[in-house]
Design a protein around this ligand. Sequence first.
Ligand SMILES: NC(=O)C1=CN([C@@H]2O[C@H](COP(=O)(O)OP(=O)(O)OC[C@H]3O[C@@H](n4cnc5c(N)ncnc54)[C@H](OP(=O)(O)O)[C@@H]3O)[C@@H](O)[C@H]2O)C=CC1
Ligand SMILES: O=C(O)CCC(=O)C(=O)O
Length: 450
Amino acid sequence: MQYIEEVLQSVKESNPNEPEFYQAVEEVLSSINQVVEGNNEYQQQAILERLVEPERQAIFRVPWLDDNGKVQVNRGFRIEFSSTLGPYKGGLRFHPSVNQSVVKFLGFEQVLKNALTGLPLGGAKGGADFNPKGKSDNEIMRFCQSYMTELYRHIGANTDVPAGDIGVGAREIGYLFGQYKRISNQFEGVLTGKPEIMGGSSLRTEATGYGVAYFLSAMLDAKGDSLRGKRCLVSGAGNVALYLMEKLDQYDAVILSCSDSKGTLYCKDGLDVALVKHLKNEQGAELRDYLNELKDSEFTPVNQYPSDGHHVWRYEADIALPCATQNEITEKDAEALVENGCSVVCEGANMPTTADALKVFKDNDVFLGPSKAANAGGVATSQFEMAQNASMQKWRAEQVDEKLQQVMKSIFDTISATAKQYSNEHDLVLGANIAGFERVADAMLKQGVV
Ligand SMILES: NC(=O)C1=CN([C@@H]2O[C@H](COP(=O)(O)OP(=O)(O)OC[C@H]3O[C@@H](n4cnc5c(N)ncnc54)[C@H](OP(=O)(O)O)[C@@H]3O)[C@@H](O)[C@H]2O)C=CC1
Ligand SMILES: O=C(O)CCC(=O)C(=O)O
């Protein structure tokens, strides 16, 4: 434990003002002591010190012209965390809250997540503190072009392959790809999540949400249970949340809620998922507009949320599925969920549960599927896209779906077996952290001091 504590102390000192990054590192390091303390080689070879230090970090200016002819400036990031298991791989986030701490925590998590897929993928993350909301299509395009004008020198189909995340979907990936192709004169699989017409994989859009549903289904299966009739609280109403809800609906679960940055939509008898999806994807509407179509629901705006958490978690339900952003389940939210009968949590968003909330869930035997395992279906399908691009092939949606289901089941089996070996089979947080760490650390040992 002393080695781990020394590394944690040094992470804190050398990364001041990076609370999210420290939180992610602390969660992982404090759950791998059983494998680290018994292995002198990890210490001798400074495996932990290397694991927490990104291989390369690019921080750059992104100037762009708005529709009024005024120059705007944002800060861009690409943090190439680890290439131990393959090319750097991970999404780009465009959101005003993006900063070095957020990108680093996401990159660190990505390394272990990608390891859990069993696929040849390193880990990275990037983005910008750019707010796409309220911007015209032309502004989005000019921003993406400027961002790529710096990013292109760091990436490549075998070097670093970005994808989407919050605020970055097929439209942004299309503009980024167009600019990369123009500057580099290469039509290659340098980005994933591309529109299908230019080399995108079938089902990449749906993959993260569907993957969460497949993972959750494996969790319930392990308890001899199923999703049928289960009352689910979902947060978020973006890419991950919408396709998760779609798949849960197919499994006959009842989706009671979803949310966006304006508030929470709730229906005690279950939301009409097709309507939510239509409003968000086809109409670009807000969640509150649902009430214009169906009156049997309620919308709680953010200014009426409890001061210590989020309204979306304050309802009775069996399962909670956070799919918006980091630290969106507070300690009080976790207590409310437990009190209201929730016994399963499956994380669609990256690190959505605060450290205090994790403790509440653990103390109350809540079965928790951690994000680095449960939401890995997106990046796995990105790797399928890379494979298709490299071989100039296009796989059918059924093929991709079958492979996605296999990966999610295999991740569940791996982390559940690891959890059983070191603690109990339901401690999937421990199982994911140890299984991901061992894969990366053992490859690092074989690669020498790099
Ligand atoms: N896309 C992917 O393939 C993957 C995504 N993830 C993770 O899933 C989560 C959601 O990503 P994704 O669905 O792609 O993103 P989207 O941008 O498509 O959707 C995000 C959703 O969450 C809401 N949201 C975002 N930030 C906040 C906030 N600070 N407070 C309240 N609501 C918020 C948004 O509301 P509004 O629209 O009002 O802003 C929106 O409904 C993120 O944690 C991401 O890292 C993980 C693996 C892969
Ligand atoms: O598809 C990818 O490359 C990355 C997806 C992602 O950003 C994530 O898993 O958090």
